[in-house]
Each structure stands twice: as C-alpha cells, then as structure tokens.
Design a protein around this ligand. Structure first.
Ligand SMILES: Nc1ncnc2c1ncn2[C@@H]1O[C@H](COP(=O)(O)OP(=O)(O)OP(=O)(O)O)[C@@H](O)[C@H]1O
Ligand SMILES: [Mg+2]
Length: 261
C-alpha cells in the first residue's frame, strides 16, 4: 500500500500531559497547549516551572533525562510523540534548540551545522543540507564569515545563532527554542528576536520558552504561563501582556507602576 502523504501543515497538540522524573518527581500536571502551523506560542514561567520539561516531552528528549509522560498525549499532526524518540520528532519536523546554546565547542561552525542535518533520512539529506545551509547563512551572515572557526571561540550571541542555525539544518516545521536570549546583551536579544520573527515569517512555527517575557510576548500570537508544573494563565499574547499578574511577575512592573498607568 502506498504511504499516506505527510500532513503538510501539522498542529502541535499537547493534551492534559503529566510528566514525572524518576519514580516520583512530578514536573508537569495536566498541561495542555496547541501550536497551530506557522504561529509563535510563548511559554513563560519562573525557574523550575517546567518549561524545559515541556519542550523535552515534545522533542522526544525526556527519556534521556529519565523523565516520562505519565498521562495525556502529544500529537504533531498524525504523529504521536511519546517523549522518548528524538529521531521520530525530527523526522516529523520538530526540532529543539536546547537551553544554554550547547554547540560542539571543538568542532567548526560548518561541522556544527552539518551535525544538525544528521537526523534527516538519507534520501533527502544531501539536497536538504545544501538548501538549509544557504538559509542559515542568509539569516546569519556572521556565521558565513566564520565557517572554519571553532564554535567554542564564538561570542555568546554567535553561539546562540549557531545553535539556532544547527536546528534549522533539519528543516523544522516546528522549532522549539529554550531561552534563546538568556545571558545576552540587549542588542543581541534584539537581533535574536528579529531572527525568530524572520524564521516564523518563512512559515516555521515556534514554541518559545523565555524568561524575557517582554520579548516573548512581543513575538507571540498566544502565550501560556506555567507555575510549578501547572498552567496558571493562557491567552492571546497581547491580552496576557496587559494582565496585572503578568505585568507584575514577568514584566518587572511594580504595583505603583500599575497604579500610575
Ligand atoms: N533530569 C531531571 N531529573 C529530575 N528532576 C528534574 C530533571 N530536570 C528537571 N527536573 C525538575 O523538574 C522541574 C521542572 O524543571 P524544568 O527544567 O522543566 O524547569 P524550567 O521551567 O525550564 O526552569 P528554568 O527556568 O530554571 O530553566 C524542576 O523541579 C526540576 O528540578
Ligand atoms: Mg529551563
């Protein structure tokens, strides 16, 4: 029987998911979230809220961290994502950029980029790698000037660009970004925001984890706030940015600011 063609514009559906680490540590409880094609969804929350855990569950890297989905389902179009199969996630078009821009410091920029294409099937790999490299170098001209440089010698901002570029090599339809602005100077944060906007404008959906709520809400269509493993708030990004709780807790405004506004 011929294979059914893959769903060309899948939606990510996380439905009432529980995640546990080891035997007992409950990290997410009944979390639901939807990322429609070509949208940006922001995931906010304090340290330890479960943001990274949710990305791991979607990208299939949860099992590497001894975590498991213990209730609920995650689907990307017709593909069921069970938290334990990163290759299946990449083949479905879902790619994560991990927290802390972990590039291979000893490898060159070019080698790092090529490693991002390894999850692709053999059939599509060669052509895809060429096309994706062109896309990455157009987005990040600075990387194009440094293809032979060891990644460990790049600045923090350049390493974040490389980490994003490496993920783009797999031609994702859904990009999972874990705190891309962390530790970067304001100008570089601005640049990363522009890049995310551009990647999205090219048709890639983005699930964006950020502690920089202002940046995330300015990019996102929809946003969720996690609090110790549960959804505290969700809604259109513009509406959430106007709620008192978000302004006070995540946008750094005091009660007096709000009184004055
Ligand atoms: N590999 C692991 N084993 C056990 N517990 C873990 C593991 N990874 C995370 N946790 C726990 O799960 C909870 C959620 O952690 P997670 O890393 O998802 O939070 P986060 O929202 O990404 O936080 P941060 O903003 O600090 O990155 C925390 O209580 C954390 O200690
Ligand atoms: Mg995290």
């Amino acid at each position: 029987m011929p294979e059914a063609p893959p769903d060309s514009s899948p939606t990510l559906r996380v439905e009432t998911v529980d995640v546990t680490y080891g035997r007992a540590l409950s990290a997410l409880r009944s979390v639901s979230l939807t990322v429609p094609p070509a949208t940006v969804v922001a995931l906010l929350g304090a340290n330890g809220a479960g943001k990274t855990t949710l990305l791991r569950a979607v990208s299939g890297t949860l099992r590497l961290h001894r975590g498991a989905i213990t209730a609920g389902t995650i689907r990307y179009g017709d593909t069921v994502l069970d938290g334990g199969d990163p290759v299946a996630a990449v083949r479905a078009g879902v790619v994560q950029v991990p927290e802390g821009r972990r590039v291979f410091a000893g490898l060159s920029v070019d080698e790092n980029l090529r490693s991002g294409g390894l999850g692709l099937s053999r059939r599509t790999r060669t052509a895809q790698i060429q096309e994706s490299r062109d896309r990455v170098f157009t987005l990040f001209p600075r990387l194009a000037e440094r293809t032979h440089q060891a990644a460990g010698l790049l600045s923090g901002g350049e390493q974040q660009m490389l980490a994003i570029g490496r993920a783009l090599m797999a031609a994702p339809r859904l990009l999972l970004l874990d705190e891309p602005s962390l530790g970067l100077a304001p100008q570089m944060v601005q640049r990363i925001a522009e890049v995310i906007r551009e990647i999205n404008a090219q048709g890639t959906a983005v699930l964006l984890v950020e502690q920089n709520a202002g940046m995330a809400l300015s990019l996102a269509d929809h946003a969720h706030v996690l609090e110790v493993g549960e959804t505290r708030l969700e809604g259109p990004a513009g509406e959430l940015a106007r709620t008192d709780a978000v302004r006070r807790l995540y946008l750094g405004e005091s009660a007096e600011d709000q009184g004055a506004a």
